[in-house]
Structures are given as C-alpha cells and as structure tokens.
Design a binder for this molecule. Structure first.
Ligand code: NDP
Length: 258
C-alpha cells in the first residue's frame, strides 16, 4: 500500500520504541519522514529507516528547536502533512518522594512539548492550505491514573484536553487532531516500569511484574508491540479518518474499555 506517497510526516521521539515503529509504518507506505529526538542516535535510526527518512535533533520543550524542526521538514520535504507528537518520559515515585523537578520535567515534555509541536505544525499546515493530521500520544493513564505516577497521569490527561481544544479550533481547515492511548507496550519504557514498579509493588524479578500485569489485566493477554500502535496512527493519518477529530482512542488489547 502507498497510502502516504508524497506525504511529509514528522514524528517526535522517532528514534526508538513506539515512535520508531510509527516511522517504519509510514516509510513502508510511501511517506517521507522526519524523526526527531534529543539524542544524536536519531541519525542512526534514520539511516536504518532508509532514504526517505531524515533525522533532526530537537528537544520538544524548546520552542525555537521545535520551530526549527518544522522548518527542516519544509526544506527537506516541502512541509508537514502529518505530525505525530510521540516524545514522552515517565518516572515512578511515592508521593512524598516525587520531586518538583520530576513534576515539572514530565509536564514540560509530555504536555508542553506536545503543544509546542502542534502549534508549529498547525502554523505550517495553515500556511500550505492543504489541511493536515495531528496525532498526540497520551496513555492509558489519561483514562485511569496508575499508582505512583500522578505527574505522568496529569501530563497525559493534559494531552487529551489540548487535543479537544485544538481540534475545535482547526476543524474548518481540514486539519484533524486526535490522541491515542497506548496500554502496555514493549519498549525501553516497559523495562523501566517493570524494574521500578516491580520493586515498589512487591518482590518481582525482572519481567515478572509486567507479565503478571498483562496476564491479569489485559483481556487479550499479551503486551502491545510498537506496530500495534503504528497501525492506529496510520489509520488516523489516512483518508479513511477524514471525519474523525478531537477523539482519544485506546490501543491496549482491551485493558481500558472507556
Ligand atoms: P521510549 O522511552 O522508548 O521513547 C521515548 C522517546 O521520547 C525517545 O525517542 C526519546 O528520545 C523521546 N524524548 C524524550 N524526551 C524528549 C524531549 N525532551 N524532546 C524530544 N524527544 C524526547 O518510550 P515509548 O516508545 O515507550 O513511548 C513513546 C510514547 O508513548 C511516550 O509519549 C509514552 O509516554 C507513550 N506511552 C508508552 C507506553 C508504553 O507502554 N511503552 C504506554 C502509554 C503511553 P531520546 O531517545 O533521544 O531520549
């Protein structure tokens, strides 16, 4: 399928995990893709993805760097048709141990970072007059906050709110704005969650807590893969999703059914 032939797609946090799987999916369907992340390894990831991919080092919390990212997409591929706000961080701590720094850093990346990218992407989409698609990565925690992560849950609830507000503002300009809620997906974040929650919630060995969680809470009894999330993102970016906006959609094997 070449659903995205000639389309320009920007993906933050595209060097690994869910973001990389999303990039693979768009490349396989003919898109030109810019992946962005804070570390230099983003260049290696782009090389692996092939000639239709470029890399850009960008901290999504920095307005000037975000502006430069979308200028780069314009100079390389003529603009931005699809922007996937996927970069995110998590820390886990009991309430009395959660620092103000943890709170601020999480809000900065997960919520402000999403907003700054949407703001810049919309500026470019409006200027082109061709419409566009914005897809924001929230989390199952935007539906149901898990224990020891109030800052992360709040940051992801924020993503859902800004998605709805922006969707209303740009609805008449053929720009759709949607959010996705991945459940439990195997990435570096899975490893971190397994290690820290595993210690805090009981004496779980490596891999045990997350597998236990999956078996007891996910009706499909398997963790998600990046490709499961990429399928939803590609659908929301496709022509089939033209009439869908302001929505938050779970991709979690049935973990949360609301
Ligand atoms: P990873 O930890 O594997 O990847 C996170 C990505 O975000 C990396 O590419 C990282 O870049 C990038 N990033 C972090 N901070 C910044 C920043 N300031 N500026 C630019 N990029 C940044 O996580 P996942 O792939 O698991 O998660 C992707 C998204 O999905 C996140 O928003 C996460 O909250 C969400 N999610 C994940 C779930 C899961 O189970 N894995 C479940 C629900 C939601 P670098 O490598 O350069 O640091």
């Amino acid at each position: 399928m070449d659903r995205f032939a000639g389309k320009s797609v920007v993906i933050t946090g595209g060097n690994k995990g869910i973001g990389y799987s999303i990039a693979e999916r768009f490349v396989s369907e003919g898109a030109n893709v810019v992946i962005a992340s804070v570390e230099d390894q983003v260049m290696e990831a782009a090389t692996k993805l092939g000639p239709n991919t470029r890399s850009f080092v960008c901290d999504v919390t920095d307005k000037e760097q975000v502006a430069a990212l979308y200028e780069f997409a314009k100079s390389e591929f003529g603009g931005t048709d699809v922007s996937v706000q996927n970069a995110g961080i998590i820390t886990i701590a009991k309430v009395e141990d959660l620092t103000e720094q943890d709170w601020d850093a999480t809000m900065e990346v997960n919520t402000k970072g999403v907003f700054l990218c949407c703001q810049e992407a919309i500026r470019h989409m409006r200027a082109s007059g061709n419409g566009g698609r914005l897809i924001n990565t929230a989390s199952g925690q935007a539906r149901d906050g898990f224990i020891y992560t109030p800052h992360y849950a709040a940051s992801k609830f924020g993503v859902m709110g800004l998605t709805q507000s922006l969707a209303k503002e740009v609805a008449l300009e053929a720009i759709t704005v949607n959010a996705i809620c991945p459940g439990i997906i195997r990435t570096d974040m899975w490893d971190y969650n397994d290690r820290i929650w595993g210690k805090m919630l009981g004496n779980f060995g490596p891999g045990e807590l997350m597998e236990n969680w999956v078996q007891n809470n996910i009706p499909m009894k398997r963790a998600g893969e990046g490709s499961d999330v990429a399928g939803l993102v590609a659908f929301l970016a496709s022509k089939d999703a033209t009439y869908i906006t302001g929505q938050t959609i779970n991709v979690d094997g049935g973990l949360i059914m609301s």
